[in-house]
Write a protein that binds this ligand. Structure first.
Ligand SMILES: Nc1ncnc2c1ncn2[C@@H]1O[C@H](COP(=O)(O)OP(=O)(O)OP(=O)(O)O)[C@@H](O)[C@H]1O
Ligand SMILES: [Mg+2]
Length: 370
């Protein structure tokens, strides 16, 4: 230890003055001159901890009113990372193992007291590593929490953006298409004779398909979840998927109506949408089962296909965001998501979230169907 290092504050739990002197002598022989306080019981320990910083505890195993397990408990209850070294007059492997299990950093026999300085130095290093690891874990947890918040925020922003695009398509393009249809009828009436009828019919058909397309785009931008309810929205999604892909979808919900917060209904809908998109892109499936189980404290969505499946280990390295997004969504809503698959045996996506935020008095809409 360098002389520039700040001096150490050590509590020594020891009833024998002689052993205490020997301990100090052994430390001093190795150049360690800590500030030490000798105590004999819990009250003494707590007093010393209350007086200022404590860097380590060296405790005799056997004291008249106390033992090393009790002093370990006191020390760790005050500072979970503090190094504690147990001194024992008795050579017992069982005791050594038991004290290490109880959280001691080292076990030193009084007959081998020359080990104490190096035991202390190693224990201080180990405690430092523990503190650093704890700080790193806490920092990681905090950054994960921030990332989750950001993901939630982005999801909300995306939904808001989609909603406003849908609204603009509805108001501007939808309005213009309706006006065009109206004008076309008037124009047809005003035209003498039937010579332009085939062209007018063709224009009318084109207009009609533009109206249908704009409805479809509006629906996929702003799913009917918030209007007609989650069950109706999932039915609509499944039907549209079959029409476009030719893959048969069976949809089943155990309840037609249940209470669910709008953002959670939207999350379930988006997960189903992504699972179906993945099926169309990758699965070569013939058949898909979509099931929604609404329980009191959990809503579970299951999307299972009979396609070729894949190795889920590849999800660790995939650049895609679909499955990762499902997992993040679930975490952010205090739920869970799982993708199980194996090659040749289809894929199942499970996504489960509580229907309502816990302890929130958030205003709810009822997810009604039909
Ligand atoms: N139903 C499925 N059948 C077969 N493979 C699948 C299925 N779902 C996912 N996969 C595999 O898992 C990978 C990851 O899917 P994920 O949705 O996370 O990413 P992506 O679809 O490639 O990209 P993104 O969703 O960001 O557009 C896919 O590339 C595909 O290999
Ligand atoms: Mg995907």
């Amino acid at each position: 230890m360098s002389s520039a290092a700040p001096s150490l504050n050590i509590i020594v739990v020891e009833d024998s003055e002689l052993d205490y002197e020997l301990l100090l002598a052994m430390l001093s022989r190795e150049g360690l001159k800590p500030r030490t306080t000798r105590v004999e019981d819990e009250a003494g320990m707590r007093d010393s901890f209350a007086k200022g910083r404590v860097d380590a505890v060296i405790t005799d195993h056997n004291l008249p009113r106390f033992d090393s397990f009790a002093s370990l408990t006191v020390a760790k209850s005050i500072d979970a990372d503090i190094p504690v070294i147990v001194l024992s007059g008795e050579m017992s492997e069982d005791l050594a193992v038991a004290t290490l299990h109880a959280g001691a950093d080292d076990f030193v026999l009084k007959t081998r007291m020359f080990r104490i300085a190096s035991a202390l130095q190693h224990s201080l290093q180990a405690a430092n590593s523990r503190r650093e690891a704890r700080t790193a874990v806490a920092a990681l947890a905090e950054s994960e929490a921030r990332l989750r918040e950001l993901t939630q925020h982005l999801e909300r922003a995306k939904e808001d953006e989609r909603r406003s695009i849908a609204q603009e398509i509805h108001d501007d393009i939808g309005g213009a298409l309706t006006a065009l249809k109206f004008e076309l009828v008037r124009f047809a009436r005003a035209l003498p004779g039937d010579s332009a009828r085939p062209q007018l019919d063709a224009i009318s058909q084109l207009l009609e398909s533009a109206v249908v397309a704009s409805h479809r785009i509006q629906h996929s931008l702003r799913p009917a979840v918030l209007d007609a309810g989650l069950v109706a929205a999932l039915e609509w999604l499944a039907r549209g998927f079959t029409e476009r892909s030719g893959i048969k979808v069976d949809f089943h919900a155990n309840r037609e109506e249940f209470e669910i917060a709008p953002d959670r209904a939207a999350a379930l809908y988006r997960v189903a949408q992504e699972a179906l998109t993945n099926i169309r892109k990758y699965a070569s499936a013939k058949h898909v089962h979509v099931q929604l189980f609404a329980l009191d404290d959990e809503v579970v969505l299951e999307v299972a296909d009979d396609g070729q499946g894949f190795e889920t280990a590849s999800l660790q390295v995939t650049p895609g965001f679909g499955v990762r997004g499902m997992i993040e969504r679930a975490r952010g809503l205090a739920g869970w998501a799982e993708v199980s698959s194996s090659q040749g045996r289809g894929t199942t996506v499970m996504f489960s979230i509580p229907p309502l935020p816990s302890g929130s008095a958030e205003k709810l809409t009822r997810a009604e169907n039909r």
